[in-house]
Design a protein around this ligand. Structure first.
Ligand code: NCD
Length: 307
């Protein structure tokens, strides 16, 4: 097996195709392990990991923590709301204090784009980006691409439509990089105001008509409207958004083919996706969550193996 090219996982942008495939191969092994009655392996014994979350999270935080526990790492959790950050401490000071307690790896979520890149220049511990503002969310993209591969046999040559709030989504950017490196064709779809002007320079197709995007794609990844990151109004109302861009059974039925439905969560049922679609056999939303643990185990194992 090859070696992972990066010391940290700051984004998908700097990964090679071989890195991504190595994560997938490793994740296959871990997926087999976590489906056994005894789910724990000693791979990260004596490695201490700090999960430092400056932004809310349910899935990602639990998924990382479970992955760490299944690898037998020692884990400490930190969330900004209950910490000295609210007393005015800087990011570097907070993290340096945690690291002086001999932490080897940091998993960080932060609202500022580039926060993990900045931190990586100031600390020696290995860093995994668990989402930095509107920038990247690399482990989400890895688990998404892994789930597509599992469902369709490969990612190469597949057509993936990413639908929704592309401007404010870190999942969109990481997915674009990851899927393109694996040889997929990527389209983004949404209202003009939620699609950044630079996006076509990344080599993705842009479509504003949901039905055209659905007719084109093999997989639709439905993103949430990131209202918490929107400081102005980008569309008249959520009702209008869901009339134009919401995925419902009727729209799915009107296609003369089957497509795979994905969503990174949290779902806003009735806005970007209706319940009957989210819970249908076309949806692999819960497979994505399951694969998140194996994929994150793979990433941490590969990074820890470099030392
Ligand atoms: C995403 C995130 O936080 O960027 N969620 C996740 O990690 N599962 C997407 C979102 O919040 O909509």
């Amino acid at each position: 097996m090859g070696k992972f090219s990066q010391r940290n996982l700051l984004g998908i942008k700097n990964l090679t195709r071989d890195d991504i495939e190595l994560v997938f191969e490793t994740a296959d092994n871990f997926k087999a392990i976590i489906n056994r009655p005894i789910k724990k392996v000693p791979s990260l014994r004596d490695v201490t990991v700090a999960n430092i979350f400056f932004e809310n999270s349910t899935r990602t935080r639990i998924s990382f923590e479970l992955a760490q526990k299944r690898l037998s790492a020692d884990v400490v959790n930190f969330s900004a709301s209950s910490s000295s950050v609210s007393k005015g401490e800087t990011l570097i000071d907070t993290v340096k204090n945690i690291l002086s307690m001999k932490v080897d790896m940091v998993v960080m979520r932060h609202p500022a784009p580039g926060a993990c890149i900045f931190l990586s220049k100031h600390i020696n511990a290995q860093i995994i980006n668990a989402g930095d503002g509107t920038h990247e969310h690399p482990t989400q993209a890895l688990l998404d691409a892994y789930s597509i591969k599992e469902k369709l046999g490969s990612v190469k040559g597949k057509k993936i439509a990413i639908v929704g709030d592309i401007t404010h989504s870190r999942v969109a950017l990481s997915n674009i990089y990851c899927l393109q490196k694996l040889g997929a064709e990527v389209m983004v779809c949404g209202p003009t105001t939620l699609i950044p002007k630079y996006i076509s320079s990344l080599g993705v197709k842009v479509e504003h008509d949901l039905m055209k995007a659905l007719n084109w794609c093999d997989v639709a990844n439905m993103l949430r409207i990131q209202l918490e990151r929107q400081d102005i109004k980008y569309f008249p109302s959520l009702r209008e958004y869901s009339m134009l861009y919401g995925l419902d059974k009727q729209r799915l039925k009107s296609l003369n083919k089957e497509i795979v439905i994905m969503h990174p969560g949290p779902i806003n049922r009735g806005v970007e996706i209706t319940s009957d679609v989210a819970d249908s056999k076309h949806s692999i939303i819960l497979d994505q969550v399951e694969n998140g643990v194996a994929t994150r185990m793979a990433v941490m194992y590969l990074l820890a193996s470099q030392k």
